[in-house]
Design a protein around this ligand. Sequence first.
Ligand SMILES: Cc1ncc(COP(=O)(O)O)c(C=O)c1O
Length: 315
Amino acid sequence: MNNASVDPQASSADAFSQPRPANPFTPRADLKIWLDGELVPAGEASISVFDHGLLYGDGIFEGIRIYGGRIFRESEHLDRLFESAKAIRLTIPMTHEELSTAMREAMGANGITEDGYVRLVVTRGVGSLGISIEKTACPSVFVIADKIALYPPEVYERGLRCIISSFSRNHPNTTSPRVKSLNYLNNVLAKAEARDLGADEAIMLTVDGYVSECTGDNIFLVRDGELHTPPTSMGILEGITRNLVMELARNRGIAVHEVVLIRHDLCVADECFGTGTAAEIVPITRIDGRDVGDGAPGPITRQLTQDFIDYRTTA
Ligand SMILES: Cc1ncc(COP(=O)(O)O)c(C=O)c1O
């Protein structure tokens, strides 16, 4: 930019030469955010522009479901948060119990007494410019407690149409995919690529070309009545829904194989589905222009979905 053309009298309202599009999302006016110990109206809940979570994606999070007013698989989520923190050398300034209380306060302030969703975020905190972790002293913690519906009901009836993305999942020697970090850019770009190609979701491969997971869900295939899913050593998030689905399948006597999968396995699967806290169990019925099986959600996907629904209401 040529600085000579900048009018020093111009107000900040003139800073954008194009009108800015309206924001497609506005939080509910009465939503309250738990932010560093305070319940703050959503419109006022903000993080500093000097927070390294924003400047460098330096932070971690969890997405957690609330069913029947209970925090689903709470200890598993909190354990994973602390493991992510350890991996990125972040000291969470709160205990498990304090985080649990914070989530309950956020739920209470927002009337989440039945089903809902909690986003629990820990950022590296405010620091001077420069990526060094010594430049920050105090991580920030916030909790958003609200409702969620990731996909409309018809998606669960027809299944997701997926592409195999040209963006790889992180190599385990970069930030491990087992860290649920604030840097999701590969996944963001894979999802955008899927949308560009008219698909709903992207399946990501490892840098070596093996199947890893979807952009926000783990992936399962069904072949000859048995489940196949990549092992965590492939470089995937160790999904809490994934672990539960494997347990539910084994309870039904369905064999589960954690194995290396290649693109061809996706092509010849009888059924395929994704698992995640937000999506729960979502059928995948088309991959790269080919039907999975007969192109409709299969019987094992439907059975496990029912088992999951039964489990979540009683757990
Ligand atoms: C990349 C990725 N994989 C898998 C999952 C599913 O994990 P979970 O079942 O713990 O929500 C998520 C969801 O958070 C995710 O972001």
